[in-house]
Design a protein around this ligand. Structure first.
Ligand SMILES: [Zn+2]
Length: 154
């Protein structure tokens, strides 16, 4: 698999998106967010499936989700609502063959609240069509402050 199709194994290519990390996980702002705050939790080690995670990595993943989600929802006024999504396996619609868990903050006024299926349709194609390509830097900066994350100097 080429570097181009697996940016999650190439820290250089995702470093502008990372706003928090744990021992085993990178937490990053999605390059093509379907809503503001659209976050990915990505194991640092290359795995394709939850079941390839070690016990320690699996615990770290759940802890990261539980730590990040409430702060993320507060940052985007998300009404205690979110979608937790992963596409795993060749027929799931995944775009990158490296496990990543989407955390998608939701609120009453988001563009999908009336029609939930649209979000999943968009999720499937957003990488291809570069949907909703917001400028993400201000969002990453905002979240880095909340999570007190300092990117390592190179
Ligand atoms: Zn990888």
């Amino acid at each position: 698999m080429s570097k181009k199709s697996d940016p999650f194994c190439d820290k250089k290519s995702i470093e502008t998106q990372i706003y928090y990390e744990t021992k085993y996980m990178n937490v990053l702002y999605n390059l093509y967010p379907v809503v503001k705050g659209h976050t990915l939790i990505v194991p640092k080690r290359h795995v394709r499936d939850l079941n390839e995670l070690s016990e320690k990595e699996a615990v770290d993943l759940i802890k990261a989700i539980r730590y990040v989600t409430p702060k993320l929802l507060r940052a985007y006024n998300a009404d205690s609502s979110y979608n937790l999504v992963a596409q795993v396996g060749p027929y799931s619609g995944r775009s990158i063959e490296h496990l990543h868990i989407h955390i998608i903050p939701r609120n009453k006024y988001d563009m999908y609240s009336d029609y939930n299926d649209r979000l999943y349709a968009d999720l499937r194609k957003f990488e291809l069509e570069k949907l909703a390509k917001h400028k993400i830097e201000p969002e990453v900066e905002k979240l880095r402050k909340i999570f007190k994350y300092k990117p390592s100097a190179k």
